[in-house]
Design a binder for this molecule. Structure first.
Ligand SMILES: Cc1cc2nc3c(=O)[nH]c(=O)nc-3n(C[C@H](O)[C@H](O)[C@H](O)COP(=O)(O)OP(=O)(O)OC[C@H]3O[C@@H](n4cnc5c(N)ncnc54)[C@H](O)[C@@H]3O)c2cc1C
Length: 381
């Protein structure tokens, strides 16, 4: 029984480790478009101020993974298509056969459709190679624009500001993390980031980006023009669906899976930022950790359905420590109270009258474990 995993990110490698805990013998191959070394992607957005070089972020090189886990990693080997009927994939290094296939192909940063002659110079940071490019391009820079004041945009703004850059954050929404945080929490986050010198251009649509000598001119819908040495985009993620589509698998926002992380093909499974489970798109570390354990058991012939508890996300914004446990979709209201140099906000579910989500900021973040235990499960097994 040969298991083939496509992707060597957190999902692919964590799954390989979980499989090996249950089965040392089965033939296991990871095929990946990158160099196969293991790193923790969340570290990309707080590495610069800490002076970390890309090689400092590598936790386990590919050769070491191969030795420790007894598997083969095919590096720099993009997979081009899946033939589900023949149970093969076509890759840059030829055809590979599988009995069980796992798609752990992640997601890509959305590119903003900006006018102007420098739209292709906007940088996104979603891999170790991107982080290396970021460090190269920051060399000699002073003014940095970040487009997208979501989780990743705010983290980079905080990190690059601590790294000594003049940072401006742009978003079409009126507040940072507007979709995730209640107004009071988003306002506090904005004010604390502004307090360390981050400039905000909120409720602002971007129109175009043009070259201006070594730098760029960023024009907004209201006619304002600002000059930057570097423009970074962090406007969201879209799951990589091309391979799933080549196999005719069911897709929605992500690759659709059931509670066993099985796709619409019984021999193909999926995990990580590329999947949608029970209608949720959860591009975070914790769902991968939970999912990898369950999927390893299922692949070993002992199927275990995946349930997901509430999984608070910690923002790496030291200017304003923030933890958010997003409520499941459904009517309710936020109740926010300033406390402990921060804020505590609970989302009260309209039907049950119970808290189903929360935000903690400042010193209140120490309550996160206690509160998380009181939240309803996000996905019931
Ligand atoms: C800057 C940043 C900060 C973050 N911070 C946090 C945080 O604080 N907390 C949190 O919970 N989450 C955070 N996240 C999200 C978290 O990092 C991701 O959920 C997680 O790393 C996704 O892992 P993955 O393996 O699914 O995808 P990826 O890491 O994207 O891996 C995908 C893999 O698939 C390979 N691949 C893709 N297509 C092909 C192909 N056709 N052929 C072969 N190989 C292919 C790629 O080479 C790669 O190896 C952050 C993300 C970013 C970008």
């Amino acid at each position: 029984m040969h298991t083939l995993i496509i992707g060597s990110g957190m999902a692919g490698i964590t799954l390989a480790r979980e499989i090996r805990k249950l089965d040392r013998e089965r033939p296991l191959t990871v095929v990946t478009a990158d160099d196969g070394s293991f790193y923790s992607k969340p570290n990309l957005s707080n590495a610069f101020a800490a002076g970390k070089r890309p090689q400092d972020l590598v936790m386990t090189p590919a050769e070491r993974l191969e030795q420790d886990l007894g598997l083969r990693i095919l590096r720099h080997c993009p997979v081009e298509a899946i033939d589900a009927g023949r149970r093969t994939v076509r890759s840059a290094q030829g055809e590979l056969a599988y009995d069980q296939l796992v798609l752990a192909v992640g997601a890509s940063q959305v590119r903003l459709p900006l006018a102007g002659d420098a739209a292709d110079a906007v940088l996104t940071v979603n891999s170790l190679d991107d982080y290396a490019a970021l460090r190269r391009r920051l060399d000699g820079c002073r003014r940095v624009a970040i487009v997208g004041a979501g989780l990743i945009g705010c983290e980079f703004a905080n990190d690059l500001r601590l790294g000594g850059f003049a940072v401006d954050l742009f978003d079409i929404a009126p507040l940072p993390l507007a979709r995730l945080l209640p107004e009071a929490a988003a306002t506090l986050l904005r004010d604390r980031l502004a307090g360390i010198g981050v400039g905000f251009h909120l409720a602002t649509a971007l129109r175009s980006i043009d070259r201006d000598g070594e730098g760029f001119r960023l024009s907004t819908g209201d006619g304002a023009v600002n000059r930057y040495d570097l423009v970074i985009s962090a406007v969201g993620l879209k799951p990589n669906l091309e391979l799933a589509r080549s196999a005719g698998l069911a897709t929605g926002i992500g690759i659709r899976t059931d509670a066993f992380l099985r796709t619409s093909d019984p021999d193909i499974y999926a995990l990580g930022d590329c999947i949608e489970i029970a209608g949720h798109y959860l591009p975070y570390v914790m769902p991968i950790m939970h999912g990898a354990r369950k999927l390893a058991a299922t692949l070993a012939g002992r199927p275990e359905p995946l349930g997901l508890p509430a999984m608070p996300v910690v923002l790496k914004t030291p200017a304003c420590p923030t933890v958010v446990s997003p409520p499941p979709a459904g009517p309710g209201r936020w109740e926010a109270t300033p406390a402990d140099d921060g804020l505590r906000a609970l989302y009260v579910d309209a039907a049950s009258g119970e808290a189903s989500g929360f935000v903690l900021q400042g010193a209140c973040t120490r309550e996160r474990m206690a509160l998380a235990g009181r939240m309803p499960a996000l996905v019931v097994a």
